[in-house]
Ligand binder design. Structure first.
Ligand SMILES: Cc1cc2nc3c(=O)[nH]c(=O)nc-3n(C[C@H](O)[C@H](O)[C@H](O)COP(=O)(O)OP(=O)(O)OC[C@H]3O[C@@H](n4cnc5c(N)ncnc54)[C@H](O)[C@@H]3O)c2cc1C
Ligand code: FES
Length: 322
C-alpha cells in the first residue's frame, strides 16, 4: 500500500486511487476541476519521479521543478507532495457586472484586486468560497485588469448555475492561472486567422479578435460562431458593428435549427466549414468550445490541409466526477 505525505500528515492510498482522490478522501481542500490534465488547477509539487501522463503539456521548466497533475497520477508508490504556487498565488476579484445575454449565457466582469498578467484567449480557474473550482476562458484583451468571462449554464451545473442565477454584483471570487496555449503570437502576425467558436467558445475568440485588430495584424480575421438555435448566439450586434467598422474582419453567426434569418448561416458548423474557402497555407486556426465539436472542427481543417502546428484549441471539458 502506498503512502502519501502532505503537510506532515500521511495517508494510506487505496488501490487504483489518484493522488488527488486520496487527498480529497482525507479531507484536504485541493482545488480541482477537469480531472483530465487540462485546467492545471490540481497541480502540486514532488521530488518523487512521476508518470509521463501526469506532466503532459507542462512546460519543461515546470516538469523539472517537479510539478505534476495530481488528478493524473496514480498513487502507485510513496509520494511526498507540496503546494505549488508556480503560476503565482491566486488573486481576488470583485464581480462588477453580471449581464444575462440569453436564457443560458451570462457575461461577467471581474475587477481584479491585484495585477494578473495574461494573454487574450487564455483561461483562469474560478474558485468559489467552498473551493468549488471551474475553468473559464478570458474574453478580455491581454492584461486588462477587468476580466470578462462568458458562462453558459449547463443542466444541474454547480458553478455555472450559481454564476448565472445568483445575484453576484459586488461578490468576491478567487481566480488562479492564467493557463492555456490558445493565444496570439508574433509568428501569426502575417497570417490570416480563422476562428471557430461553439457556444461560449466565443469567449476566448472575442478577446483574440479585438487584440488582433488593435495590434495591427495584417491578415483576414474570420470568425464563425455556432450555436444550436438563433437564441444561443450572443454579442451578435457588437460583432456585426465591428465587421462594419473593420474591413479585415468577417463574422459568420451560424445556428443549427430554427427558421432561416437574414444575416445568419444555417447548418452544422462542420459542414459550413467544409464549404468555406481560405488560404490553407497561410492561416492560423483557433477552435474553442464543446469538446466533441472542437475535435470535429480540428479534424476538418486538418483534412483540408492546415498543418497541425497552425491549429490551436481549447476544449471546454467538464469535470468527470464531482
Ligand atoms: C479550458 C477550459 C475552458 C473553459 N471555458 C469555459 C467558458 O469560457 N465558458 C463556459 O461556459 N464554460 C467553460 N468551460 C467549462 C467549465 O469549466 C465548466 O465545466 C462548466 O461551466 C460546467 O461546470 P458546472 O460546475 O456548472 O457543472 P458541473 O456541476 O461540473 O456538471 C454538472 C453536470 O453537467 C454536465 N455538464 C458539464 N458541462 C456540460 C456541458 N458543457 N454541456 C452539457 N452538460 C455538461 C456534467 O457532465 C454533469 O453531469 C471551460 C472548460 C475548460 C476545461
Ligand atoms: S488538470 Fe487536474 S483537475 Fe484539471
Amino acid at each position: 500500500m502506498a503512502t502519501l505525505t502532505y503537510k506532515n500528515r500521511s495517508f494510506e492510498g487505496l488501490e487504483s486511487e489518484t493522488v488527488l482522490d486520496c487527498l480529497i478522501r482525507n479531507g484536504e481542500k485541493i482545488p480541482h476541476s477537469c480531472r483530465s490534465g487540462i485546467c492545471q488547477s490540481c497541480v502540486m509539487k514532488t521530488s518523487t519521479p512521476v508518470d509521463g501522463a501526469s506532466q503532459k503539456g507542462l512546460r519543461p521548466t515546470k516538469k523539472e521543478a517537479g510539478l505534476f497533475y495530481t488528478c493524473q497520477q496514480s498513487l502507485n508508490k510513496d509520494f511526498e507532495i507540496f503546494d505549488s504556487n508556480e503560476s503565482g498565488p491566486p488573486v481576488g476579484g470583485k464581480i462588477i457586472s453580471q449581464q444575462r445575454v440569453s436564457s443560458s449565457v451570462v457575461i461577467l466582469k471581474v475587477q481584479l484586486d491585484s495585477p494578473l498578467e495574461y494573454k487574450a484567449g487564455q483561461f483562469v480557474n474560478v474558485i468559489r468560497e467552498d473551493q468549488l473550482c471551474r475553468s473559464y476562458s478570458l474574453a478580455s484583451v491581454s492584461n486588462n485588469q477587468t476580466l470578462e468571462l462568458h458562462v453558459r449554464k449547463v443542466p444541474q451545473g454547480m458553478m455555472s448555475n450559481w454564476l448565472y442565477d445568483a445575484e453576484l454584483l459586488g461578490h468576491k471570487i478567487t481566480l488562479s492561472g492564467p493557463v492555456g496555449e490558445c493565444y496570439l503570437t508574433h509568428e501569426m502576425e502575417n497570417d490570416d486567422l480563422l476562428l471557430l467558436g461553439v457556444g461560449t467558445g466565443l469567449a476566448p475568440l472575442y478577446g483574440i479578435v479585438q487584440e488582433a485588430i488593435a495590434n495591427g495584424f495584417k491578415g483576414k480575421i474570420t470568425l464563425f460562431h455556432g450555436g444550436l438555435r438563433l437564441e444561443s448566439l450572443y454579442l451578435v450586434e457588437e460583432l456585426k458593428n465591428l465587421e462594419e467598422k473593420c474591413p479585415q474582419f468577417q463574422y459568420f453567426p451560424a445556428y443549427l435549427t430554427g427558421e432561416s434569418r437574414e444575416g445568419f448561416l444555417q447548418g452544422d458548423l462542420v459542414e459550413l466549414l467544409k464549404k468555406h474557402e481560405f488560404d490553407i497555407k497561410n492561416t492560423t486556426v483557433m477552435v474553442c468550445g464543446d469538446p466533441d465539436m472542437v475535435k470535429k472542427l480540428k479534424q476538418t481543417v486538418f483534412l483540408k490541409g492546415v498543418p497541425s502546428k497552425k491549429i490551436f484549441s481549447d476544449a471546454f471539458v467538464s469535470n468527470k466526477k464531482v
